[in-house]
Ligand binder design. Structure first.
Ligand SMILES: Cc1cc2nc3c(=O)[nH]c(=O)nc-3n(C[C@H](O)[C@H](O)[C@H](O)COP(=O)(O)OP(=O)(O)OC[C@H]3O[C@@H](n4cnc5c(N)ncnc54)[C@H](O)[C@@H]3O)c2cc1C
Ligand code: SF4
Length: 553
């Protein structure tokens, strides 16, 4: 059957260019499909990335306020979610830690039993790791050495490990900032520069050493003919020709995401659609389209089983410390203080001190008014005992050079739900709102560890102000919301990521992850997308009739 139907602008439209979207774009383009990638964020080059987090306009994404960066924070009752927004999705701002989860994740959650995951996934993790250039980190900075010292003091020294990362690091003993022709794709990829360990990965790599998606998957996808539309937000997807299941293709409507007044509406048609707008982005778009009547048959399980990991940011700040702890890579090493509790040493580059406004003196105790009172008492007594030191530690200047950030993650299966509702304080339109049990912000063992670290450095143990004041944890690892399941009563897509009740429609991003991973999710999202794309036939062989499989009741 002929695959190309000229009445459509594209064979496939991919919405979002993060991990799931980039894999989809490359693999579909390689199979001979005409592919468009529609991305709300901007395209970045090493030269136009911000130097520090004080460059708020080029760091944060809030286009309505004139902020056109690549990092966004969304505030919910149960959690603050950090995510990326750019050509390359979260890869521009992420810390490049790429870990495989333990095998037990395939035995939990709604994907359990729907495929032979343990047999199928290793090959896809291997491909994902090769494409993202995963290597064991060789660049240890002062923060990593301090983490190790504190782990030894806490009796967990043997668990210290170097992270696996997607960074082009220099060979052992060689210096960074050296140029090389494409080291990863047999000459098909771009020339690259080796890492200098500046700690800047989360502000975007200004040296071209981080293996971001725009210079890996997307670079190759464009070489295979995929077209990327940056600064373009998808606002509608609806089946063409009055069909209810999309069997005649789809119309995708867009607006310019960075425009204030002239929104420059656009419309594209395609036979198939891949939603890859991230867990939060895909949920939000599908809720909107379901309500609007464009895609009414999307499962009502949309928004269920959203997982955020139990995360807490703590650390130690040492005013006037002799070493610059911002040196190294963003997350260079980690330890396990017990079976469930994992701590990574994290850093921002020197000068990126804006986050310093959010950190304060560590306060133990369960969240609530008593903890806030205790925190006030701690700050006052510290001000009384060491006024200069305390003011020095609470003001932001020098924060990145002096603050060892500890990212503490607990592999506890805490789920929340997202709904599409009018909040009580703004009844004029609907938003995503969170529901469910609160995810804990207080991890006593992690606080003890921060105190130990502060003893070693001679500094102050610190924690995040919003966690103390509002008892709301922050996470960069929001997954789920459109989980894989056996039928639409349990999830939104089948085990090949096909959206229930529609044809040639897929979801490939963090929203399909159906169990708590316990590790940073990007490698798994990439591997799952590789697997999903492996089921789509080459363009020359497609019958354009791909629909979810019916599982036995
Ligand atoms: C500061 C930070 C550090 C992190 N560090 C790590 C780490 O070290 N390791 C790790 O594994 N993970 C890390 N993460 C998490 C990681 O970035 C995400 O898990 C990952 O990017 C999710 O991939 P995705 O494919 O689901 O979507 P994303 O990568 O989030 O991409 C989705 C894209 O879709 C776009 N989009 C959304 N809605 C629309 C729309 N309507 N129209 C058009 N485009 C749209 C967005 O702009 C975005 O670019 C980090 C995240 C942050 C914020
Ligand atoms: S440490 Fe610096 S040079 Fe290395 S990948 Fe991160 S930002 Fe790039």
């Amino acid at each position: 059957m002929a695959h190309r139907d000229n009445q459509f602008d594209f064979d496939f439209i991919v919405i979002g260019s993060g991990f799931g979207g980039s894999v989809s774009a490359l693999r579909l383009a390689e199979k001979g499909y005409k592919v468009a990638v529609i991305e709300m964020g901007r395209r970045w080059t090493p030269d136009d990335l911000p130097r520090t987090s004080w460059s708020i306009r080029r760091w944060l994404w809030r286009p309505n306020l004139g902020l056109r960066g690549f990092f966004n924070m969304r505030f919910f009752k149960h959690v603050t979610i950090f995510h990326g927004c750019a050509v390359g999705g979260g890869s521009i701002t992420y810390a490049c830690t790429l870990l495989s989860p333990p095998e037990k994740v395939w035995e939990a959650g709604s994907w359990r039993g729907l495929a032979d995951w343990k047999a199928e996934m290793p090959q896809h993790y291997q491909t994902a790791s090769r494409m993202l250039g995963v290597t064991e980190n060789k660049i240890l900075g002062p923060a990593d050495r301090l983490l190790q010292k504190a782990a030894v003091a806490a009796g967990s020294g043997e668990t210290f490990y170097h992270t696996k990362v997607g960074i082009f690091e220099p060979a052992e003993g060689a210096s960074g900032n050296q140029n090389f022709p494409d080291p990863y794709f047999g000459g098909e990829g771009p020339a690259r520069t080796t890492c200098i360990g500046c700690g800047g990965c989360m502000m975007g790599c200004r040296y071209g050493a981080k293996n971001t998606l725009d210079i890996t998957y997307l670079y190759l996808a464009e070489k295979h003919g995929a077209q990327i539309f940056p600064e373009t937000r998808v606002v509608n997807v609806e089946p063409l020709n009055g069909t209810s299941d999309g069997s005649s293709g789809y119309a995708v409507s867009t607006v310019k995401s960075t425009a204030w007044i002239r929104r420059q509406p656009g419309r594209f048609t395609s036979r198939g659609v891949v939603f890859s707008a991230s867990s939060l982005g895909t949920m939000e778009l599908l809720f909107r389209l379901k309500e609007k009547g464009s895609l009414p048959a999307v499962s009502s399980q949309l928004g269920q089983h959203v997982r955020t990991n139990s995360e807490s940011l703590i650390g130690a700040r040492t005013p006037g410390c002799s070493e610059d702890v911002s040196q190294g890579i963003a997350i260079g090493s980690g330890i396990y203080i017990d079976e469930h509790t994992h701590i990574e040493a994290v850093r921002y580059p020197s000068g990126s001190d804006a986050m310093g406004f959010l950190t304060t003196i560590l306060t133990n105790g369960h969240p609530g008014p008593r903890r806030i009172a205790l925190w006030l008492k701690n700050v006052m007594s510290s001000l009384f005992r060491h006024p200069f030191k305390t003011i020095r530690v609470l003001q932001p200047l020098g924060w990145a050079r002096e603050f060892v950030i500890l990212l503490c993650m607990q592999a506890l299966d805490a789920e929340i739900e997202m709904r599409w509702q009018r909040p009580w304080f703004w009844p004029f339109r609907k938003f995503l709102v969170s529901r469910g049990e609160k995810v804990p912000t207080y991890i006593p063992k992690a606080n003890e560890f921060a105190e130990k670290l502060a003893q070693i450095t001679g500094g102050f143990p610190m924690s995040m102000l919003p966690e103390i004041l509002f008892d709301v944890p922050g996470t960069a690892h929001c997954i789920g919301g459109c989980v894989i399941a056996d039928n639409p009563r349990h999830g939104v897509v089948d085990a090949q990521h096909r959206v229930f009740n529609y044809k040639n429609m897929y979801i490939c991003d963090g929203s399909v992850v159906s169990a708590n991973l316990g590790v940073n999710p990007s490698l798994t999202i990439t591997a799952l997308a590789e697997r999903a794309m492996s089921f789509i036939p080459p363009a020359a062989e497609t019958g354009w009739n791909d629909k979810p499989r019916k599982y036995a009741a």
